[in-house]
Design a protein around this ligand. Structure first.
Ligand code: NAP
Length: 497
């Protein structure tokens, strides 16, 4: 047992443990895996527990044992711990933001911004649990006091992706804990250090043992047994639609509550009357920040044919000017892809699109001088909306311009994909904006701002294949992390004593 997450040093590099039952411990097998920086793969960030099924079972057992006590802890006491965790994490923003950039590859500014957002999420839920937890109704019987209570579910399995390695875990774990559940957290294998930072802040804030348990390890060794464990009554997953479909099938089949947030193929529609300077800047931000690796990233610019040529030129010039490089350098705007596999996959998709006849206007090659997993941001023009490039999530710095004749065609093209996460419209026309809001099939809709902006206190989630119809964040979180008890309270006919 150790006081902190680093169990030992190996050649000057930390060996990090799991957090189970309130203790930082090695995997039962004592095996570890290496975590390396995507911008400079020679840089070893740490060794992390390579957990297995027995570690998973131990973590679930610890969460199950802690549940009754945590559910019975007053909401105010729970809120105090969350608030304290927010202060601890806030005091570490520079360090954690830097680790996030080293580990995930987004720029330092984005790493610090994401960590700040995790702090805001902790603060929000420290307040949210003090909101009413039920409703009172009229009854057909005048003497009956009829009301509802929201109660926690039990042990929640939280499975998260690498692209927002601290904000997404925070927006799942914090509401789960706030409403009285206990948690077993499996972060993405590629970003275990951010998971350690969040867990450490909550542990230091005074969470009782077993309330939050962290397991680093692979999908097969940790994810599968966690989803299949009957003691885990709810599973919240964010990641790809392929994995989400499997998780939904396995968890629902055994009766667990399941929440899925998945991919996107998000459109930004630009009409001829838009402020083009603003539209160019916002579309570039939406498409290229975090190296295009956001579920809400803009991957299709659907543009009125009358301005499509001019917009494509301006987008191309801006994309070509983006500075690609070390995410920790202040001047860098675009960091690496998350892994060698991701960079190879995106490069290969770019080549496949070209072979299929798509026109690459800018970028798409690998910068020769950089040793990390870099791909220069790319712009395709005259993209066929039905092509693979127009339909599939590439999850990289690739934007496709699709010219259209009018707003109706733009909305039809925007809706023609299997996803429906976020969408933007750029216009000065209020009527067209209202038409867009009504007809667009997306869970998050922007008018005159990029597809990727999302604030932490409002519902977040998608339509169609992007989600399982549930929503995360803000007040929407209580729908998933609580269950409703309806109480009919009648006085005894003989009167109360
Ligand atoms: P992923 O491959 O689906 O992995 C997501 C998480 O699931 C990881 O922790 C992964 O573990 C785990 N996992 C994989 N297979 C599993 C299984 N059979 N059982 C249980 N867990 C399993 O996705 P990713 O590559 O990390 O993330 C990129 C995707 O996430 C994109 O499609 C993106 O759009 C989506 N995303 C959606 C949102 C949203 O809110 N809608 C937000 C961010 C990202 P390992 O890491 O060990 O493989």
């Amino acid at each position: 047992m150790t006081q902190g997450p680093i169990l030992e040093q190996r050649d000057g590099i930390g060996v990090y443990g799991n957090f189970i039952g309130g203790e930082w411990v090695a995997a039962a097998s004592r095996q570890t895996t290496e975590n390396r920086s995507p911008s400079s793969p020679d840089e070893l960030i740490g060794h992390f527990a390579a957990s297995g099924a027995s570690d998973t079972s131990n973590a679930v057992a610890a969460a199950e044992a802690a549940f009754a006590g945590w559910a019975a802890t007053s909401a105010i006491a729970r809120a105090n711990i969350l608030y304290k965790a927010s202060e601890i994490l806030a005091s570490r923003i520079p360090e954690v933001g830097r680790d996030l950039s080293r580990e995930e590859g987004k720029t330092l500014k984005e790493g610090i911004g994401e960590t700040t957002r995790a702090v805001a999420i902790l603060r929000y839920f420290a307040g949210e649990v003090q909101q009413p937890i039920g409703e009172q109704y009229s009854s057909a019987t005048s003497s009956t006091l009829l009301f509802t209570l929201r109660e926690p579910l039990g042990v929640c399995g939280i499975i998260t992706p690498w692209n927002f390695p601290i904000a997404i875990p925070a927006w799942k774990i914090v509401p789960a804990l706030a409403f009285g559940n206990t948690v077993v957290f499996k972060p993405a294998s590629l970003t275990p250090l951010c998971a350690v930072h969040l867990t450490q802040a909550l542990a230091e804030a005074g969470l009782p043992p077993g309330v939050l348990n962290l397991l680093s390890g692979s999908a097969a060794e940790v994810g599968d047994p966690l989803v299949a464990d009957d003691r885990v009554v709810a599973v919240s997953f964010t990641g790809s639609d392929v994995v989400g479909a499997t998780i939904k099938w396995v968890a629902s089949e055994r009766g667990a509550k399941v929440q899925l947030e998945m991919g996107g193929k998000n459109p930004a529609i630009v009409l001829a009357d838009a402020d083009l300077d603003h539209a160019v800047a916002q579309v570039i931000n939406g498409a290229m920040m975090s190296t295009g690796q956001k579920c809400t990233a803009t991957s299709r610019a659907i543009i009125d044919r009358r301005i499509a040529g001019e917009m494509a030129e301006r987008l191309g010039a801006s994309i070509a000017a983006l500075k690609v490089g070390d995410p920790l350098a202040e001047s860098t705007q675009i960091g690496p892809l998350i892994s060698a596999e991701a960079a190879e996959r995106v490069s290969s998709e770019i080549q496949t699109a070209q072979s299929a006849g798509a026109t690459l206007a800018v970028g798409g090659d690998r910068p020769g001088k950089l040793s990390g997993h870099f791909v220069n941001p790319a712009l395709f023009v005259d993209v066929d909306p039905d092509s693979r490039l127009g339909q599939d999530e590439l999850f990289g710095p690739v934007l496709g311009v699709i010219p259209v004749n009018d707003i109706d065609e733009a909305i039809a093209v925007a809706n023609s994909v299997r996803y429906g996460l976020s969408a933007s419209l750029f216009t000065r026309d209020i009527g067209k904006a209202l038409n867009f809001i009504q007809k667009i099939q997306a869970g998050i809709v922007h008018v005159n701002s990029e597809t990727a902006g999302a604030e932490p206190h409002v519902p977040f989630g998608g339509y169609k294949g992007s989600s399982s119809y549930s929503r995360e964040q803000g007040k929407a979180s209580r729908e998933f992390y609580t269950q409703v008890k309806t109480v009919y309270f009648d006085p005894p006919p003989s009167g109360v004593s």
